[in-house]
Design a protein around this ligand. Structure first.
Ligand SMILES: NC(=O)c1ccc[n+]([C@@H]2O[C@H](COP(=O)([O-])OP(=O)(O)OC[C@H]3O[C@@H](n4cnc5c(N)ncnc54)[C@H](O)[C@@H]3O)[C@@H](O)[C@H]2O)c1
Ligand SMILES: [Zn+2]
Ligand SMILES: [Zn+2]
Length: 361
């Protein structure tokens, strides 16, 4: 029996989000219905609302979630009702050319639920990142459910489902930060803050946090930044070079998603260094760089989708580190809110008041 539950949708570009009733079908083959316990508000939800991702409105927002598997469809073996899971947007297929070459983190054919959730009038919803978890329940592909230790707080665990994993992974997986590296992180919201934390976990010796908001820089210190630069008042490229013996950082993570901050990242890295773009640009943005600089400075210009994570490998491991007190994932939860508080949470995110607002259901 399909169920009716409360959820947050974005009906049209730029319009405030609204709480409404949606229809969640029973899980079909390979699918699962998950009772959501917590879901973080990510900047990508706001990108969807503003039409920056695509125009497949109405969107069912929310995608950084943890919850309990309620029911599973035919053929599902990886999870069962009652399991505590973090939802992921990388349910790897095992069959595509990336998977077959042993690089499942680049899977080109990740799974989402085949059935559609709808409004009461039958209008099909587009779930954000194939998840849609600002909802009492959601329908996903079973592979999108990653079991983790149920001792973890849902509000904290859920954040691994997107932004925090993206930031940790941008530093550790994509950037390959290691012991003794110098790292700069441009934009220290939830994603950039996690890149700072990941750099500390990986043993970076210098971690320079850059933001235009002093409150973010203060938080970045608590997450592991050794130096901070307010790029509203100080040229970040010069500052990062000065702090690295005139050379630039080994790895620069761009966690804003704008051409001007990308250029800062490009010029703030050392020769043969690595730039990691984890911030998501919008379709109209373009980048112009002297090709000779791209060539002459060498190194690697990479982008990082979801921190190149493999949920089944990374989520349980990071939750274990958190439960052992070695990774303060709780630091990202600035406030907990209710389902009807998402629009105001966007507002606070826009004003830089929070790392993460987390909806508790
Ligand atoms: N690649 C991925 O897989 C992935 C996953 C999640 C989010 N993202 C993207 O990462 C970006 C950051 O997300 P978030 O949730 O941390 O957002 P956020 O709003 O919490 O953080 C953005 C931060 O950037 C700072 N900032 C803005 N303009 C700046 C500038 N010109 N220079 C320096 N700092 C600046 C803000 O003050 C803020 O602290 C977004 O573009 C989001 O869509 C990417
Ligand atoms: Zn694949
Ligand atoms: Zn996200």
């Amino acid at each position: 029996m399909a169920q009716q539950v409360k959820a947050v949708i974005a009906r049209a570009k730029g319009a405030p989000v609204e709480v409404t009733t949606i229809v969640v079908p029973d899980p079909g083959p390979g699918e699962a219905v998950v009772r959501i316990q917590a879901c973080g508000v990510c900047h990508t939800d706001l990108h969807y609302r503003e039409g920056g991702i695509n125009d497949e409105f109405p969107f069912l927002l929310g995608h950084e979630a943890a919850g309990i598997v309620e029911s599973v469809g035919e053929g599902v073996t990886e999870v069962e009702p009652g399991d505590f899971v973090v939802l992921n947007w990388r349910a790897v297929c095992g069959q595509c050319r990336a998977c077959k070459r042993g690089r499942p983190q680049y899977c080109f054919n990740t799974h989402n639920a085949k059935q559609k959730m709808t409004l009461l009038d039958g209008t099909e919803l587009s779930p954000a990142l194939g998840i849609g978890a600002f909802a009492e329940k959601t329908l996903v592909a079973a592979g999108q459910c990653t079991k983790v230790d149920p001792a973890a707080e849902p509000a904290v665990a859920g954040l691994l489902g997107c932004g925090v994993m993206a930031g940790l992974g941008a530093a550790i997986n994509t950037g390959g930060v290691g012991r003794g590296d110098s790292v700069a992180v441009i934009g220290c919201g939830g994603v950039g803050g996690a890149a700072v934390m990941g750099s500390r976990l990986a043993g970076a010796s210098k971690i320079i946090a850059v933001d235009i908001d002093d409150r973010k820089l203060e938080t970045a210190r608590t997450l592991g930044a050794t130096h901070t630069v307010n790029s509203r008042t100080t040229d970040p490229v010069e500052a990062i070079r000065e702090l690295t013996g005139g050379n630039g950082a080994d790895v620069v993570v761009e966690a804003v998603g704008r051409p001007e901050t990308y250029k800062q990242a490009f010029y703030a890295r050392d020769l043969a260094g690595t730039v990691v773009l984890v911030g998501v640009p919008t379709p109209e943005m373009t980048l112009e760089l002297p090709l000779l600089d791209v060539f002459g400075r060498g190194g690697a210009l990479k982008s990082s989708w979801y921190g190149d994570c493999l949920p089944s490998r990374d989520f349980p491991m990071l939750i274990d580190l958190y439960l052992q007190g070695r990774l303060d994932l709780g630091a990202f939860v600035t406030e907990t809110i209710e389902l009807d508080g998402v629009e105001q949470a966007f507002e606070r995110m826009h004003h830089g008041d929070v790392l993460r607002s987390v909806v508790i259901l």
